[in-house]
Design a protein around this ligand. Structure first.
Ligand SMILES: Cc1ncc(COP(=O)(O)O)c(C=O)c1O
Length: 388
């Protein structure tokens, strides 16, 4: 029997959230319908169940749902008492929310550089940045890749500094089998729809092993109220609602499977880059600590100043890609008046010029990855010809 010719892939999306939700759509809708019928939209069983499951997979005792990953960071710093006069060490190569949580409390973000091979915060730079004012450090497990937490925890213990893990992009990531999120005092997770456990709107969670922090977080997320209508501090209103939790309780059952598929996709990219001899043009991302990278993003470095031209070529040819992040946080307009001065973070600045994220979502098919790599190869071949 002759095989039907394989259909040519003419475009590949960077993200395809509906494709991921489609196989479990009925289950999700049934779970959400149950909440609608119950009339109980906050603080219900669905929230409790999600908090317990997320805490467990993060190696922590408690989970505290909140409205977003950004709020999880803000609430965590509030619970640690971060405020004016305090310094919080953060990477400059990350999403804005990591640093805005610090400035919103009147504290000073101390931006430090990243490692060239992992894009994660450079722990040598963290050590050099510690002062008497350092209250906390926010390591970001960027793109799903764990920061070397055992090393960071050992460093902060020497100085009595708190750690708030920004695990927004890395639910399920681990180091030598131990999940991230529970290494620090607090771990912050985002359920933004494009995250590895993506909800149906905004949502977030904080995980912790500390009962007293858990209680403070519950109070802070509920207007600083304990008991009802008695306000100890000025908190915020930040809740994870039951509809989000119900949908996420369905999706979380598939998280391991989705993570494995992301890992397989990452391996296929690396194999194809090696097979095609593209190493002169691009550096594929490395998994440095343990095996627990969960690949929220597959981010390559494009060498020889070709990143923007390659991105344009891919987009013109229907291949999704994106630049996370085109500008470092220490160079953002809104932080210029913080008195951080003219700092130079060479690896961070180089990353903003060289990184390019390619499609990696779990449902991506091998032929789609090949199509992306084919398109990249076509671009590099044309560049070589021009140079010849
Ligand atoms: C590293 C990092 N921190 C924090 C956040 C904030 O999460 P959210 O969008 O849920 O507020 C994000 C989300 O984009 C993120 O990528």
């Amino acid at each position: 029997m002759t095989q039907a010719p394989r259909e040519e892939v003419t475009s590949v999306k960077l993200l395809d959230v509906p494709r991921g939700n489609e196989p479990i759509r009925d289950e999700i809708l049934a779970a959400i319908a149950k909440v609608v019928d119950s009339g109980s939209f906050l603080f219900g069983e669905d929230c409790k169940q999600l908090e317990e499951t997320v805490a467990k997979i993060s190696g922590a005792k408690f989970g505290i749902g909140c409205a977003s990953g950004s709020d999880a960071l803000l609430l965590s710093l509030m619970a640690l008492g971060v405020g004016e006069g305090d310094e919080v060490i953060v990477p400059s190569f990350t999403f804005f929310a990591t640093a805005s949580a610090v400035t919103r409390l009147g504290a000073k973000p101390v931006f430090v550089d990243i490692e060239a091979d992992t894009f994660n915060i450079d722990i040598d730079c963290v050590e050099a940045a510690i002062t008497n004012h350092t209250k906390a450090i926010i390591p970001v497990h960027l793109f799903g890749q764990p920061v070397d937490m055992p090393r960071l925890v050992a460093l902060t213990k020497k100085h009595s500094i708190n750690i708030v893990e920004d695990a927004a992009q890395s639910i399920g990531a681990s180091i030598g089998g131990k999940p991230i999120g529970g290494f620090g005092d607090l771990g912050c997770i985002s359920f933004y729809p494009t995250k590895n456990l993506g909800g149906f709107g905004d949502g977030g969670m904080i995980v912790t092993n500390d009962e007293s922090l858990r209680d403070d977080l519950r109070m802070l997320a509920n207007h600083g109220m304990r008991p009802r209508y008695y306000h100890h501090v000025v908190g915020i209103n930040s809740r994870l609602d039951s509809m989000q939790a119900a949908g996420l309780n369905v999706k979380i059952r598939h998280l391991d499977e989705m993570t494995s598929r992301r890992q397989a996709n990452a391996s296929l990219y690396s194999e194809l880059f090696a097979d095609r001899g593209l190493g002169w043009w691009i550096e594929d991302p490395r998994s440095a600590v343990g095996d627990g990278h969960v690949w929220n993003q597959y981010t390559v470095r494009v060498k020889h100043g070709q990143r923007d031209a390659l991105a344009q070529h891919l987009q013109q040819n229907g291949m999704g890609c994106a630049i996370y992040y085109p500008i470092a946080l220490h160079q953002q307009q809104c932080f210029l008046d913080l008195g951080i001065g003219e700092i130079e973070l060479p690896e961070t600045e180089r990353a903003t010029q060289e990184v390019l994220s390619l499609p990696i979502f779990p449902e991506l098919q091998p032929q789609e990855i090949e199509a992306v790599v084919d398109s990249m190869q076509n671009f590099f071949v044309s560049q070589s010809r021009m140079a010849a």
